[in-house]
Structure formats: structure tokens, C-alpha cells
Design a protein around this ligand. Sequence first.
Ligand code: FES
Ligand code: FES
Length: 205
Amino acid sequence: MEEKKHKGVSRRDFLKTIGGGAIGSAVVSTGLLDTKEAEAYPIEVVGTRRGKSAVTLKVNGKNYRVDVEHRETLAEVLRDQLGFTGTKIGCDRGECGACTVVVNGRNVYSCSHLAVWMEGKDILSIEGLGKGEKLDPLQEAFIEHDGPQCGFCTSGQIMSGKALLLRNANPTEAQVRKALSGNLCRCGNYNREVAAVVAAASKAR
Ligand code: FES
Ligand code: FES
């Protein structure tokens, strides 16, 4: 019998690709198609979504539906697809903290988390801190205390500070230092960054 072809993919080709035994039992167990019917309705492969998933990311209080490659990190999707470029990528391997965002109240390295893991989680980036023209007290404190030097690490430092203040509104200086210890500053401006977080906490009291 001449085999039917559809868009260049025959059922025989398909069976060869995925294993005839598996599809045979799938056809039987679903009860939807017997073998003859399946031959008459070959499977059409539509699009090339292999390796991609649609996920909903809640960023700064708004939901975004995005197609992400399974290998893409949260940092890449925030920057390249959603335009939140305040999240910086320094080392891209979980060492410097420049990419820090807050996920479900915890500071995380967004370069070290896949975007597909983020479905349903509450993501806060530096862009979500201020309200319109009004800066977050932490941002104001960083300005007042000269927290940014070159500024490359600043958004990550602020987000780690934010995560700390969310769980502890009244931290000691030692607690602030510990909370920022995963954020490297190549300008060595640690004392001012710590002072800014301490000041923001005392302002809020
Ligand atoms: S860029 Fe993520 S930790 Fe350095
Ligand atoms: S201010 Fe330059 S890296 Fe921290």
C-alpha cells in the first residue's frame, strides 16, 4: 500500500523517529485512533517550539507571557525580552551578585536561575522599587551616602538590601554586611553601601 505523506513526514517516518512500540501502545491506550485511522490522519509537526516553553513571569507586579528557551536564565529574559536592563550581568556564573533580584522575598542571582523555573513566582527588579518619580528610600539612601561609584554593582546591592529589609526592618550593621556579602563591588565601596542600607532602615523606623 502506498504510504500517505504529509508535509514530507510520513507516519512510518514518525514511528521510526520516536519508536514504533511507544506509539502503538499510545494509540491503543487512548482509544481515539485505531491503526487504520492513524494512517489516514498523519501527524503534522507545526512550528519549531522544541526547546522553548511559554511561561508567565510576574515582574514588578505585572504578568508577562513570554516564550523562553529552556537554557535561558532569568537575567537574560529580564534584560533581553522584558527590557529590565537595570539588572546587570557581571560574571554570569553566580559569583558577583550584579544580577541580584528579589524572588518571593529572597535575593537571588538571576544569572543562576532558569527562566522556566520562575512561573508563578513574584519577581522584583530594581525597576519595581520606585513609584513613578518617587524613589524607594533605599535608592535615596544610596544617593545620599555615595553608594554608587562606577554603579555597576549598585542595583544588585540595593536588591540584596531590599530583601534584607523585607524580612528584617531593623537590621544591625553586621546583619547588613552579611546580607550584602554576596554582592561584590570592584570599586571597593562596601562601607558606603552598608551605610546606605543601615540609613534606609533607620529612616523607615
Ligand atoms: S552576573 Fe550573576 S552572579 Fe555575577
Ligand atoms: S560601585 Fe563600582 S562595582 Fe560597585
